[in-house]
Design a binder for this molecule. Sequence first.
Ligand SMILES: [Zn+2]
Length: 128
Amino acid sequence: MDEQIRERFRHRLLRRRRELVAARQAAERGVVESREGRTAPEYEESAQADHVEFTLREFSDARRRELLLVDAALARLDAGIFGSCVECGRPIELERLEAVPYALRCADDALRDEREERGGVRRAPYTM
Ligand SMILES: [Zn+2]
């Protein structure tokens, strides 16, 4: 993979990372505002706890997971192994990376892994 393509992916990943971090900060700000806005005496402690839980859930597990994957992809870029399949070491198809810039596996291995996952076997923490 040439430098120009790597840099393009780095930009995309960094942009996505900023979006995800902004979403997390917005969720956290929501929590802070709910705390500061607790002026009404009828606002019970339990109701506040419910609200905090609800706000944090807005930064969903999916986005948290995506942030981890984006960070991992950026680390792989720095390490010079971005775009290589973690299973077989072959280059991940460029179209696949265009669709999912933090993909860890080539199309063949991703498909195989999906099948295994359906069979209840999970090999790696991040399955694309
Ligand atoms: Zn592979």
